[in-house]
Design a protein around this ligand. Sequence first.
Ligand SMILES: Nc1nc2c(ncn2[C@@H]2O[C@H](COP(=O)(O)OP(=O)(O)O)[C@@H](O)[C@H]2O)c(=O)[nH]1
Ligand SMILES: [Mg+2]
Length: 387
Amino acid sequence: MNWFGFGKKKDKAPKDAAPETSAPASEAEADVSAGPEIAPDAPAEATPTPVAGPVQADTPAPIADPVLDPEPEPEPEPATPPEPEKPAGFFKRLTSGLSKSSAQLAGVFTRRKLDAEALEELEELLIAADIGAVTAAKVTERLARDRFEKDVTDTEIREALAEVITETLLPHQAPLDLSGDKPQVVLFVGVNGSGKTTTLGKLAVKMTREGASIITAAGDTFRAAAVEQLEVWSKRAGAHFLSRPHGADAAGLAYDAVQEGRRTGADAVLIDTAGRLQNKAELMEELRKILRVIAKVDAAAPHHVVLVLDGTVGSNAISQAEAFLEAARVTGIVMTKLDGTAKGGALVQVAEKFGLPIHFIGVGEGEEDLQPFIARDFARALAGLEA
Ligand SMILES: Nc1nc2c(ncn2[C@@H]2O[C@H](COP(=O)(O)OP(=O)(O)O)[C@@H](O)[C@H]2O)c(=O)[nH]1
Ligand SMILES: [Mg+2]
């Protein structure tokens, strides 16, 4: 249940750590430092967490896990099953969410040959699900290579589709690794309404449940509602909430938050930001300023800049992302609102286009509705298949 790797290792992975512990974790770090490209040597991985432990949140068992133990410890959860148990209902929610996307594929492939016409049809459908022309072509090429002119059932097509999408997404499946030096500073950026505050709140809840001490900072200082919203989440999480008066300097608040994190030995400092100011240039300047100011407290901070993208806007997520990638040195992505969008395929496009790690997906507004991104689950849901 340790999603974040708190206390599992030091910033630099110790050489004596068990290989299965240190290898994926350092890959996650490499992902981050490698900028826009996923570390090329990072192999497609089957397990999304860098440390042992089931990936999914809702399994009740290991809450007592000594996650805050500062010593790198030898495999504390040896009994972990290789396939993490899925919380009941999660996949269903993802499937029903993405059903609007997958429904577009429905019924088209009654038993028939996978001929050129069928492939073309499939490609169009994938583009309609906002998967992107490049990826759609890649998917259909792969299908053509493997199954061309063979008799195929609807399910076979979906299975093959899920396989190709899984392969495409697997290199981007990467946990948010917070196992480095404390406090880990995480900045949340993205346009208004994308789900930054909600995602930050959900994460704060998860982290504090794992025993972490968390500071939250309401960096969207121009919107009173955003400040209150984060305060509510922070109370729920039991996180230490920091805010400033309406319109105050967000960079100053961020600075204070990181200072406070260091002073109190917090595990993580989660900083919310505005999604809109008077204009885009001003917003980007504010983000740059926040980055500069935080780095004065801790040169390594922020350790993560998480770009939150709204899954319902489809391809528009790409253009939204671009501005933030320029200004804010984004290290990873969360896509929200995948419950109930016909454009869920956009995540594939985003992954392909930016080559960034995808940490989580949002499948609802509640605290349990943030899930680690698991390529296979996502691909199967998108293809309209059961878990
Ligand atoms: N259905 C659904 N709604 C979400 C999700 N994430 C956020 N929201 C909602 O989207 C709206 C905007 O979210 P908010 O966190 O305020 O966005 P921000 O402006 O980027 O901070 C709120 O009503 C959230 O409850 C999600 O994964 N699914
Ligand atoms: Mg907000």
